[in-house]
Design a protein around this ligand. Structure first.
Ligand code: RFL
Ligand code: PHB
Length: 395
């Protein structure tokens, strides 16, 4: 039987960042990750980091490659009705911007640091259950290298994503779930071609939503709204490029550079919140507690914000014996979570075409986009939400 101060289930961005922040605060932890290292490092997901997330990664010691290779973006482009409108983040938010640096790279950097100088990070260690959440010795039962093991802890943090087991530690009478699914999915592709745009493009079109993003100056990341149940095999490369062309089209000539597509996948869009984010000595962080549709680029950033709040709370407990921040954890995080839930819902429902949508509803979407394009106040509301607030300022 192993013992640690903080048992962390899940070695995704939230679990790894938490382990790093705790290590820096002199608090020991063990991370249990069900997958192998290669799988975790290759999993294609988010790409946009808020300033607060960049700051947290630097504080965790993971800023070096990020500062060298990350691309600072000062805005995004909205396309609708054949027009393009730029949202200028620094001008609208008093100087804030975002960074393009892929989640795969964040995860690689954190894993290398943790294996180099941190506490144990066990791959292929699958947690089955958390026991004793309401005792002072919660336990995690897991399988590692074919053997059943138990980790006893002072505290357990579930960073085990949407399908994890940690949230089962919340008794039924305590746990509340809020959720919404959307009547469409995204087809995401990676292409070995330099992006044809300097900033991300979010496009509303009569054919559905499209997003132009990137992973580096030579790799494009693109998304198309597609029907639920879409098989990526039904989307040969030419069909994808033709559809992107049609959805990004402007009244003036514009060319989307094409290149070899190296990965294709379909992802569902969903909103979900589990409350509270703590029960006894078990805490939930990141996707284990909340999911947002990716349209607002908030998933990874919310996960980082949770663990920054939690690491500060554990440091306070260690340094002063006060559990004040720990006791406030769930309420502190949920304020930011619900703001991001609303923003992600707003971006999703304003930019996508619901299959059952009436022409009246389409006109409402276009009116809302027109409002953002013509009113500094409306644009600032979008920019503030997208660029994000410092962690703690919303507490
Ligand atoms: P993660 O990244 O899901 O990590 C959870 C980790 O826990 C492990 N795990 C377990 N380990 C041990 N025992 C168990 N029983 C376990 N059960 C699970 C898993 O293997 C995994 O390594 O959650 P975390 O750390 O909270 O990070 C959150 C972010 O990953 C997430 O919010 C974003 O990536 C969301 N997201 C996207 N966000 C964006 O902003 N833009 C995107 O383009 C974008 N694409 C995505 C996404 C999420 C996706 N998922 C979860 C379906 C694409 C996908 C496919
Ligand atoms: C991405 O680059 O994967 C990405 C960027 C912005 C989003 C969603 C995904 O809103």
């Amino acid at each position: 039987m192993r013992h640690t101060t903080v048992g962390i289930i899940g070695g995704g961005p939230s679990g790894l960042l938490l382990a790093r922040l705790l290590h820096r605060a002199g608090i020991d932890s063990v991370v249990l990750e069900s997958r192998d290292r290669t799988y975790v490092e290759q999993r294609q997901r988010a790409g946009i980091l808020e300033q607060a997330t960049v700051d947290a990664l630097r504080a965790a010691g993971a800023g070096e490659r990020l500062d060298r290779e990350g691309l600072v973006h000062h805005g995004i482009e909205l396309r609708f009705d054949g027009r393009a409108h730029r949202i200028d983040f620094p001008a609208l938010t008093g100087g804030r911007s975002v960074m393009v640096y892929a989640q795969t790279e964040v995860v690689k950097d954190l894993i290398a640091l943790q294996l180099g100088e941190g506490g144990p990070l066990l791959f292929e260690a699958q947690a089955h259950a958390v026991e004793g959440a309401d005792t002072d010795r919660p336990r995690v039962h897991y399988t590692h290298q074919g053997r059943e093991q138990t980790l006893t802890c002072e505290y357990v943090v579930g960073c085990d994503g949407f399908h994890g087991v940690a949230k089962d530690a919340l008794p039924e009478g305590v746990r509340r779930s809020y959720e919404r699914s959307y009547p469409y999915s995204w087809l995401g592709v990676l292409a070995d071609v330099a992006p044809s745009y300097d900033e991300l493009i979010y496009a509303h079109s009569p054919r559905g939503f499209a997003l132009g993003s990137l992973r580096s100056p030579s790799v494009s990341r693109l998304y198309l709204q597609v029907p639920i149940g879409t098989d990526p095999a039904d989307w040969p490369d030419e069909r994808i490029w033709d559809e992107l062309d049609a959805r990004f089209a402007l009244g003036t000539p514009w060319t989307l550079r094409r290149g070899p597509i190296t990965a294709k996948s379909v992802l569902p869009l969903r909103s979900h919140v589990t409350e509270p984010m703590r029960y006894g000595r078990v805490f939930l962080a990141g996707d284990a507690a909340h999911i947002v549709p990716p349209t607002g680029a908030k998933g990874l950033n919310l996960a980082a914000a949770d663990v920054v709040v939690l690491a500060r709370a554990f440091a306070q407990l260690k340094d002063s014996g006060s559990a004040e921040l720990l006791d406030a954890y769930s309420a502190t995080c949920l304020r930011r979570v619900w703001r991001a839930e609303h923003f992600s819902y707003f971006m999703t429902s304003t930019l996508h075409t619901d299959p059952g949508q009436s022409p009246f509803e389409t006109r409402l979407q276009l009116s809302q986009l027109e409002r953002i394009a013509s009113s500094g106040h409306a644009a600032a509301e979008l920019a503030e939400n997208y660029a994000g607030l410092p962690i703690g300022s919303d507490a």
